[in-house]
Design a protein around this ligand. Structure first.
Ligand code: FAD
Length: 497
């Protein structure tokens, strides 16, 4: 006999992943049709870092009907236009990975190909977003394709703890039951599925579908179901981070900064009420004490809390969905925070789960499709992150010598080889990072194609004047924007009104 619908969803963990999942379930289902319970342990706590996002988070918030001004106010958020990479290609160099696109593709040829043929100015001169970032200016995109500001693209820097709190208030108001307690036992049924979890104070919570958001420990997916982990530390050797907040900047810049260090890299994320700083490193090359001392000596402002150490293994769960358990967030895997993709992968997991939402049969075809799609997401992000390390020209430290010369995934090696000839990128339609992202990092780190694209080269003489006009238009577009600080102040007045 066929099983009935899933009527009870149990989310284990109340970090960013758990509350993002709870908010979506509460938005999607009437509690009477499908009840959601979230269990979290204040004693265990959350990872509590993770301040930078990428543009799809805006769609996620819109899907939930969140007012962005209210969210920015509640989470101390700032706007993010991209990431500045310092010392990655070589010490002393910098480049910007902007959101959105460079100027429009012309005659069906990717814009960077025209630029590579014509070499008028710097590629960044054709990115409104990069120019706005460096000028410290910001405006949201306007809904008029003819206006230069329509080409703005952005994400948010926010306090992830406050974001989870913001979502939890909405989820609880929409009917999600929150249980405080430390889970000490996981009960399985005859099929091996999780039937219930039991807390230290004796509460027993049954469910049909369990979402494991318990963080690195993977309480259900790993500790109970022993699903296995694909360890990618041979490609992504970072395994530690030390994080410390410092006093807020007087003028907040709308971008993340990533500075390569001898045994890793350092992030700098400006929020309204503080700056988030962290040093991500490989314990093979640096001790925890050295990493902490390096970070404290390299941050600009006074630290406002004690440094916090985090350990991780880069990789992903061999199956994200196993039986009646779906793992999200750090329980699903972690690729290190270089391109701010973790919260995005949580979002992708939830959206994919909603489009493949099961009934009580948990048909293997549904589960397999979810695992296939999420594996593809993780692998695509993995390749993009490895690119940053592998394309370095640094030879000043053992870490950089290792990543520069290591064997890389074939998918990435093929992509680099193709770009190295004519600057071409043949991306799959669903890939997260598009041509402008790959181009920014490849050229930014010094991978110059050997020859121009033959089609773009033919068009080069006719295009020169257009390029000059584009640069002027971008210059005027940036000058017409408020500063990032002015924009934040305007919007916070609106949110408070
Ligand atoms: P956690 O925050 O660890 O939450 C786990 C939850 O499970 C907690 O509520 C805990 O109480 C609960 N729990 C665990 N065990 C039990 C138990 N036995 N009983 C009851 N409850 C339990 N992401 C980005 O998108 N951008 C970034 O810039 C970024 N930077 C990062 C930097 C670092 C150094 C790290 C480590 C991560 C970063 N991330 C970033 C990732 C981001 O922090 C996480 O993806 C995100 O916060 C989701 O975490 P989580 O909810 O999966 O896990």
């Amino acid at each position: 006999m066929a099983a009935g619908p899933v009527r009870r969803v149990v989310i284990v963990g109340g970090g960013t992943a758990g509350w993002m999942a709870a908010a979506v379930l509460a938005h999607q289902f009437e509690a009477a049709a499908c009840a959601t319970t979230l269990i979290e342990s204040v004693d265990i706590g959350t990872v509590g870092v993770g301040e930078a996002t990428i543009p799809p988070i805006l769609q996620f918030n819109r899907l939930l009907g969140i007012d962005e001004d209210e969210l920015v106010q509640a989470t101390g958020a700032t706007y993010k236009l991209g990431i500045e990479f310092r010392d990655w290609g070589a010490i002393g160099e910098r480049y910007f990975h902007p959101f959105g696109h460079f100027r429009a593709d012309l005659n069906g040829i990717p814009f960077h190909q025209h630029w590579l043929s014509a070499r008028e100015g710097a590629l960044a001169d054709y990115s409104l977003v990069t120019q706005a970032a460096y000028a410290g200016r910001f405006i949201r995109p306007v809904d008029d394709p003819a206006h230069v500001h329509s080409r703005m693209a952005y994400a948010l820097h926010f306090d992830a703890v406050r974001y989870a709190r913001f979502l939890s208030a909405r989820a609880i108001a929409s009917g999600v039951t929150r249980i405080e307690g430390r889970i000490v036992d996981v009960e399985r049924d005859a099929r091996g599925y999780v039937a219930a979890v039991v807390t230290a104070d004796g509460q027993r919570i049954e469910g049909d579908l369990f979402i494991d958001c318990s963080g690195f420990r993977g309480l259900l997916i790993e500790q109970s179901l022993q699903t296995g982990y694909a360890d990618w530390s041979h490609w992504l050797p970072m395994d530690r981070a030390v994080a410390v907040p410092s006093v807020a900047d007087a003028v907040t810049l709308p971008f993340t900064r990533s500075t390569a260090r001898p045994a890793g890299w350092q992030w700098r994320i400006p929020l309204q009420h503080r700056v988030g700083n962290g040093h991500v490193y490989s314990s093979r090359y640096l001790s925890d004490d050295e990493a902490t001392a390096d970070l404290l000596s390299a941050i600009d402002g006074e630290p406002t809390a004690e440094p916090r150490l985090l350990r991780f293994t880069t990789g992903m769960r061999r199956r994200f969905w196993n039986g009646n358990v779906v793992a999200l967030g750090l329980a699903a895997g972690f690729l290190e925070p270089l391109e701010s993709t973790s919260i995005h992968l949580v979002q992708r997991g939830i959206v994919t789960l909603m489009s493949l939402f099961p009934d009580g049969d948990f048909d293997p075809a549904t589960t397999a499709e979810y695992n296939r799609l999420m594996t593809r997401e993780f692998e695509a992000v993995r390749d993009f992150i490895i690119l940053h390390y592998h394309l370095t020209r640094r030879d000043d430290a053992p870490l950089w010598n290792h990543v520069r010369t290591m064997a890389i995934p074939e998918t990435l090696a093929d992509r680099i080889a193709l770009f190295a000839v004519h600057g071409r990128l043949m991306l799959d339609p669903g890939e997260l990072f598009r041509e402008p992202s790959w181009t920014a990092v490849m050229l930014g780190q010094g991978l110059w194609p050997r020859k121009p694209d033959p089609v773009a080269a033919q068009a080069a003489p006719q295009i020169a004047e257009t390029l000059t006009r584009m640069r002027a238009l971008i210059g005027r577009g940036v000058a017409a924007m408020p500063t990032h600080s002015e924009f934040l102040a305007q919007r916070s007045r609106r949110a408070a009104a």
